[in-house]
Design a protein around this ligand. Structure first.
Ligand code: 13P
Length: 250
């Protein structure tokens, strides 16, 4: 049985003092869960969040990184830098970065490799736009994005990659994919991984759903055969709401 991984993506929200009091509150609310809990916070909150989360079951991730170790890349942060302060996870290839910051399948692949070189666990986002969905291209888009993202990784690395299937039309819109639709797309991603890396890998790899996940729909989504948890945006900004998603079984 695969574990469930529930990750919050705060996006560009939360000041350090807000991050600290959020984690203080969340700690008690999720301390008994058997699910994995991750918060992906802005760079400026990372250090404070790591300090506050010490000794708890809350893990901390970043939302992006550069693929080079260091150098003349003004404004960028490398995997080596994230690792040095104790970050464990990093979101790579979020659709907002693909859309607004020129992230490509190629840069996503380079970043995933750089993440592994620094012992960071990548949370890799794939997902189709509304237009692609309406023209029947969902499967082609998500399997191609998955294949290109993972290109050149070892079996072990793929097993340690978390994939987040996030249909772009469901992000921040209040429109959730039905649990059946989301589960089907995630099965297609898993089958693609099986084709390339074998069943031992595809059976183990964690694939989350993201896009308007809330406490109200979490249980239905997470109890399907192939959805292994969620990557939660808006609803992760409130610790009580987020804790209800983490504790969705109750
Ligand atoms: P929402 O949960 O706000 O739709 O965002 C999803 C997302 O983009 C998480 O990475």
């Amino acid at each position: 049985m695969r574990r469930k991984v529930i990750a919050g993506n705060w996006k560009m929200n939360m000041l350090p003092n807000e991050a600290i009091s959020y984690i203080e509150k969340l700690t008690g609310l999720v301390k008994d869960t058997k699910n994995e809990v991750i918060l992906c916070v802005p760079y400026t909150d990372l250090f404070y969040s790591l300090m506050q989360a010490q000794g708890t079951n809350i893990k901390i991730g970043a939302q992006n990184m550069h693929f080079e170790e260091k150098g003349a890349y003004t404004g960028e942060v490398s995997g080596q830098m994230l690792k040095a302060i104790g970050v464990e996870y990093v979101i790579i290839g979020h659709s907002e970065r693909r859309q607004y910051y020129n992230e490509t399948d190629e840069s996503v692949n380079k970043k995933i490799k750089a993440a592994f070189e620094n012992n960071l666990k990548p949370i890799v986002c794939v997902g189709e736009s509304l237009e692609q969905r309406e023209s029947g291209k969902t499967k082609e888009i998500i399997t191609t994005q998955t294949r290109l993202a993972l290109d050149g990784l070892s079996k072990d690395q793929v097993k340690n990659t978390i994939i987040a299937y996030e249909p772009i039309w469901a992000i921040g819109t209040g429109k959730t994919a039905t649990s059946e639709d989301a589960n089907n797309s995630i099965k297609e991603i898993r089958e693609e991984i099986e084709k390339i890396y074998g069943k031992d890998v595809s059976d183990e790899v964690i694939i989350q759903y993201g896009g308007s996940v809330k406490s109200k729909n979490a249980k239905e989504l997470f109890e399907t055969s192939d959805i292994d948890g969620g990557l939660v945006g808006g609803a992760s900004l409130d610790p009580e709401e987020f804790s209800k998603i983490v504790n969705y079984e109750e």
